[in-house]
Design a protein. Structure first.
Length: 338
């Protein structure tokens, strides 16, 4: 690719016994939105903190905007912005005061910091609340203030660490709109997320990270194509029949049926034209007098991609455990040969 604006090579980081990053390689094109997608504990925040000069790597190297994150850290800080899940907002200051403070950190003069602060508050729909202490803000408003703060310095590269985790759906859509606007203005954005739909919606390219390693990289379509084929999804009328149904469907597709215990959904990867699998599945269940609620054939989702890559679902929202123990938590593998 043309000169990447973010480049990491063999990035490693250890915290005591935990190998948080085991050699992470990333290339990000200028002006793109790059999604770093992975479950809790995958190493997303560690990667972002290294790129944002807040944490030194133990090995490997990283460059942002042509500057080395360790050697050129002081210069780099003025070219980047960081916003995240844990808003770095001073509760006792007003919205505007918070942004002025950030502006001063970027060496803007007092008047310029104030002007710039007011401008970004306006942009984030916080102008009305500018003079209220941040502690009176709702969760969504705080997150917007945090985002606003990350933009005071007009960064070329913006790091957004799980920018929508914990937000209500409405605020989430707002954040997505801001990301698109910023990209339209030419800002490069690296965003981390555990949400497949968010990566799908926003990111030009996605790196899937798990246990400190990038396990796949590409556009959303490329990643889906890696799974190949289609997915057959069924629901039985009586949830008690789910396991028996999955067993009856074993061997039908290109992989074992999986069950989502939350929804009772049975999913089976099938060939591109899944028509035969579709009719077979209906016949097999009919033979066992298991009543179907619905059945559908669709393209793989990123969830299917993650499942195919790691053997488990992405959004399990739990702290990491050894792979063998968490493997079967969310989607029980069903119907394997006895
Ligand atoms: N300061 C720290 N001290 C000890 N362990 C840490 C620290 N920061 C992160 N870790 C561990 O490193 C791994 C990666 O964490 P993190 O980068 O925060 O993942 P993510 O942001 O993808 O959830 C996890 O196992 C986490 O518990
Ligand atoms: Mg994190």
């Amino acid at each position: 690719m043309a000169d990447p604006i973010i480049r990491t090579e063999g990035l490693r980081k250890r915290f005591g016994d935990v190998e948080a990053l085991k050699g992470v390689d990333l290339l990000v094109r200028p002006g793109s939105v790059f999604g770093l997608l992975g479950p809790n504990g995958a190493g997303k925040t560690t990667t972002v903190r290294i790129l944002a000069t807040l944490l030194a790597p133990d090995g490997g190297r990283a460059e942002v905007a042509g500057l080395d994150v360790v050697r050129d850290a002081d210069a780099l800080r003025f070219r980047i912005g960081l916003a995240g899940q844990y808003a770095a907002v001073d509760e006792n200051l007003t919205g505007l005061e918070n942004l002025e403070l950030v502006g001063r950190l970027y060496h803007l003069g007092r008047r310029e910091a104030r002007r710039r602060g007011a401008e970004v508050l306006e942009r984030f729909g916080l102008a009305e609340a500018a003079d209220r202490p941040a502690k009176t803000y709702s969760g969504g408003m705080r997150r917007r203030l945090d985002l606003a703060a990350s933009l005071v310095g007009r960064p070329e590269v913006l790091f957004l660490d799980e920018p929508t985790t914990g937000l209500d759906p409405r605020s989430r859509i707002d954040v997505w709109a801001f990301v698109r606007e910023l990209q339209a203005d030419g800002t490069t954005i690296l965003l981390t997320t555990q949400y497949l739909d968010e990566a799908d919606q926003l990111a030009d390219r996605i790196a899937v990270i798990d246990l400190g390693t990038v396990i796949a990289e590409g556009t959303s379509d490329e990643l889906k194509a890696r799974v190949g084929g289609a997915v057959l999804e069924l629901h039985v009328q009586d949830r008690a029949d789910t396991a028996a149904a999955a067993e009856a469907l074993a061997g039908l597709g290109r992989g074992d049926p999986t069950i989502d215990p939350e929804t009772g959904s049975i999913r089976i990867p099938v060939a591109e034209d899944g028509a035969t699998a579709l009719t077979d599945s209906i016949r097999r269940l009919d033979e066992r007098s298991i009543a179907l609620a619905d059945v559908a054939l669709h393209r793989p989702t990123l969830d299917d991609v993650f499942l195919a890559l790691t053997g488990r679902a992405a959004e399990d929202g739990t702290e990491p455990e050894p792979p063998t123990r968490r493997r079967r938590r969310r989607r029980e593998s069903a119907g394997a040969a006895p």
